[in-house]
Ligand binder design. Structure first.
Ligand code: ADE
Ligand code: ZN
Length: 382
């Protein structure tokens, strides 16, 4: 067993940031118990694997590789005013991934940490543009992620597939080059390449025309990859429309600006186009856009008939976990057990699982809903 695995096994989730509660902005608690939220089987479709890096692992790898933390403490590092500030920190965290063993450890810890929060299946982003620019090989990164995921899957029963995210900051030409490398890896049957099932796009949105990435998306589609994109976190509804109508995206990550175009809301509600929404991360990463959870459009999205799923985005970098995501969202919007079960089932419906896999997981969620105690106080006896 490698040294980090021995330490990880002993430490498990103890190396996480103190969880924050959002209580300042919410001030409410759900009547359901935390253990019910933790045990509810969940799918996650919007989670950056680098954003699940334990703060203790960030500290350890930064020290190992001689990269001083760009802040006096992790708490200070992981507090943000806006997406631009967050991305600076995200890029630092990415930069501590220097060797295949670092990637393998990240992948392993990510799933072990998710498993205790009822995670059953994840489609996780990885964004290797800066690593490839620095000379790391995509084949090595994918194989290392696959090894870490494989070990964690066998230990926890959680399954994980990967989405290759383009980093918009590196521009459309490099995106084509990187997608071509990915397609070649899949064609040659390279280790772990079949685990990468989709193409996404993250990082900065402002001032970037999504349509400029069409050649990369065309290449991915021709190779049988599924397509999604971060849009509408920091860009208008027109950018969401372009991602779907021009790039061919089958899902949208965030999409919270969609109410800027009521006709688009109707169109995507009719199509049941999935949105992977991250309410708590939005408050913690983009307080300039979403100052408090109570002001988030998540309930409005669901009421409008949009298939709006619930996700953490970058849990370890914002002091969040999947149990809290569900619990805080339920408390803020008055959702009961049935609502939360429906949200979990919607995650499965929005996933890229095949019909059989999705049916099995949906059965698991329904069985949980029938059998688990909600922890809500029993009605008074008469
Ligand atoms: N990369 C990681 N998290 C992100 C987010 N919330 N928005 C854009 N790019 C990201
Ligand atoms: Zn994201």
């Amino acid at each position: 067993m490698s040294s980090w695995r021995a330490m990880t096994a002993a430490r498990n989730v103890a190396g996480m940031l103190e969880p924050r509660t959002n209580e300042d902005s919410v001030g409410e608690r759900s009547s359901l118990s935390s253990s019910w939220f933790a045990a509810l089987p969940k799918v996650e479709l919007h989670c950056h694997i680098e954003g699940t890096m334990r703060p203790s692992t960030v500290a350890e790898l930064s020290s190992t590789h001689g990269l001083p933390l760009p802040a006096a403490s992790l708490d200070e590092l992981f507090t943000y005013d806006d997406l631009t500030g967050f991305l600076t920190v995200f890029w630092f965290v990415q930069s501590v991934l220097r060797t295949p063993e670092d990637w393998e450890r990240l992948a392993y810890e990510s799933i072990v940490d998710g498993a205790v929060h009822g995670l059953r299946y994840r489609e996780a982003f990885f964004t290797p543009a800066r690593h490839l620019q620095d000379g790391q090989r995509l084949a090595d990164i994918v194989a290392a992620l696959d090894r870490g995921l494989d070990t964690a899957e066998r230990e926890t029963g959680v399954r994980c597939r990967l989405i290759f995210d383009i980093d918009r900051a590196f521009g459309p030409d490099l995106a084509v080059d990187h997608v071509r490398q990915l397609v070649d890896l899949r064609r040659s049957g390279a280790p772990g390449a079949e685990r990468v099932i989709g193409l996404g796009m993250d990082s900065t949105e402002r001032g970037i025309d999504p349509e400029s990435f069409l050649p990369a998306y065309r290449l991915a589609h021709a190779a049988g990859l599924r397509r999604t994109a971060h849009q509408g976190e920091n860009s208008p509804a027109a950018a969401i429309a372009a991602a779907v109508d021009v790039l061919g995206c089958e899902r949208i990550d965030h999409g919270i600006s969609i109410f800027g175009d009521p006709e688009l809301v109707r169109r995507f509600a009719d199509r049941r186009l999935p949105f992977t929404v991250c309410p708590n991360a939005n408050v913690r990463i983009n307080p300039d856009v979403v100052p408090g959870l109570g002001e988030h459009v998540y309930p409005a999205m669901r009421e409008a008939g949009l298939l709006a799923t619930l996700n953490t985005d970058d849990p370890a970098l914002v002091g969040l976990d999947l149990t809290q995501e569900y619990e805080l969202t339920a408390a803020a919007f008055g959702y009961d057990a049935n609502d939360m079960v429906e949200i979990s089932l919607d995650g499965i419906a929005a996933s890229w699982l095949d019909d059989t896999e999705a049916a099995v997981l949906s059965q698991e969620v329904r069985a949980f809903a029938r059998n688990a105690s909600t922890g809500a106080p029993a009605p008074p006896e008469r």
